[in-house]
Design a protein around this ligand. Structure first.
Ligand code: HEC
Length: 115
């Protein structure tokens, strides 16, 4: 009986990593979780190479400010530069889906990338 138990345990240990591997999901986000719009999937995958898309979606910025953040990602965080077509797609999406939420100006929230 004891012997059987050991065998069962050994079998389990051998099988467990295989199960873990098939159920592993690399991200807990998918493009469908975010505002619909043309270019959403492209933007999602361009930005989630390094961090969650929530970090992006929680911002609200003008097109120029979005462009600045992308430049910052490239300059400071080694993001591979987007070609012109992809940059257009990504900016169109971000501008449409995540515009500034409150008027900037006196006392308002200031985008740290705008300077
Ligand atoms: C090569 C890696 C990389 C890629 C690709 C990347 N980022 Fe980032 N991003 C970072 C790092 C590193 C940080 C700072 C660490 C953090 O806050 O988690 C960051 C932070 C941010 C922030 C938060 C700044 C803040 O004030 O909290 C925003 C907004 C952002 N990224 C936007 C984007 C957008 C939009 C894209 C896609 C077009 C993108 N990132 C793609 C590396 C990347």
């Amino acid at each position: 009986m004891l012997r059987f138990a050991w065998r069962a345990l050994a079998g389990l240990l051998w099988i467990a990593p295989a199960i873990a591997q098939t159920t592993f999901t690399p991200r807990d986000e998918s493009p469908e979780d975010f505002a619909a719009g043309t270019g959403r999937d492209e933007t999602f995958y361009a930005c989630t190479a390094c961090h969650g898309f929530k970090l992006v979606a929680q911002q609200g910025m003008t097109r120029a400010q979005w462009e600045d953040s992308i430049k910052l990602m490239i300059r400071r965080h080694n993001m591979p530069p987007l070609d012109d077509k992809d940059r257009e797609t990504v900016l169109n999406y971000l501008e449409g889906a995540y515009p500034p939420r409150a008027p900037t100006g006196r006392g308002g929230w200031q985008n740290p990338f705008a300077k």
